[in-house]
Design a binder for this molecule. Structure first.
Ligand SMILES: C[S@@+](CC[C@H](N)C(=O)[O-])C[C@H]1O[C@@H](n2cnc3c(N)ncnc32)[C@H](O)[C@@H]1O
Length: 223
């Protein structure tokens, strides 16, 4: 397994990747934000509010907000250290189309952003495998509740297809995740599709990404 084939997924923000102003840097975000941005430029609506779930350091939302200035970006993370980093990135970049981060844990029934709905898009990168399955279920339920008709749910990360890993490195990564926490693990696209269906969310596109990751594009078809 080469380093480039190994999914790189930060779990907790670490001080060594931090600047004095509170911005954290994630090496994996630096690698994957360009390829993800290229997909988002093609599939996201050009206006409305895009809600990011599990924003981590905040580097992704800054990159996406620059590339898609017609969208208003709402970052979120349940982790206060992550929210401080996101806020520091927003302050440093001075972008008008990124809101202050909010605390959203997808397992909660109320997210606190209901007044802003319906959203044009929801984006979640590298979250549902480093969290209990209930976090994925909560994310899908939230997308069903809060996305506008034709709204987009975009997921990025490693995924299984029809019960099989797409690469040996992903199988090793999955085993490592489960060793760290048995409730974590690389999710199967079929399971997500089945759980998304009752919310009117249809999988429209699967795109292969670097390092054996995938982009999943769900569209909310039900009104
Ligand atoms: C591996 S990090 C990924 C961060 C960033 N999206 C990236 O790709 O670099 C996972 C993030 O999801 C957040 N997270 C974990 N469980 C969550 C949940 N139930 N709801 C929302 N966010 C969650 C964590 O706090 C963390 O910031």
């Amino acid at each position: 397994m080469t380093k480039s084939e190994t999914p790189q997924n930060p779990v907790a923000l670490e001080n060594r990747d931090r600047t004095d102003d509170g911005r954290h840097f994630s090496p994996s975000a630096a690698r994957n934000r360009g390829p993800i941005r290229e997909v988002l430029e093609k599939i996201l609506p050009k206006s409305g509010i895009a809600l990011e779930i599990g924003s981590g350091t905040g580097e992704h939302v800054i990159c996406f907000a620059k590339a898609l200035p017609g969208l208003l970006w709402q970052p979120s993370d349940p982790d206060p250290t992550s929210r401080a980093s996101i806020a520091a990135w927003i302050a440093a970049e001075g972008l008008a189309n990124v809101r202050a981060p909010v605390a959203i844990d997808t397992r909660q029934a109320i997210w606190g952003v209901e007044d802003e709905a319906p959203f044009a898009a929801m984006v979640s990168l590298n979250m549902i495998h480093i969290a209990p399955w209930g976090s994925a279920l909560g994310l899908l339920a939230g997308a069903g509740r809060l996305l506008r008709p034709d709204g987009i749910l975009y997921l990025y990360g490693p995924f299984m297809r029809a019960g099989a890993h797409t690469a040996p490195s992903n199988a090793a990564f999955d085993a490592d995740l489960k060793r760290r926490d048995p409730s974590w693990g690389v999710r199967d696209i079929d399971d997500l599709v089945g759980e998304a269906a009752p919310y009117g969310l249809e999988l429209r596109e699967v795109t292969e990404m670097p390092a054996n990751n995938l982009s999943l594009v769900f569209v909310r078809t039900a009104g």
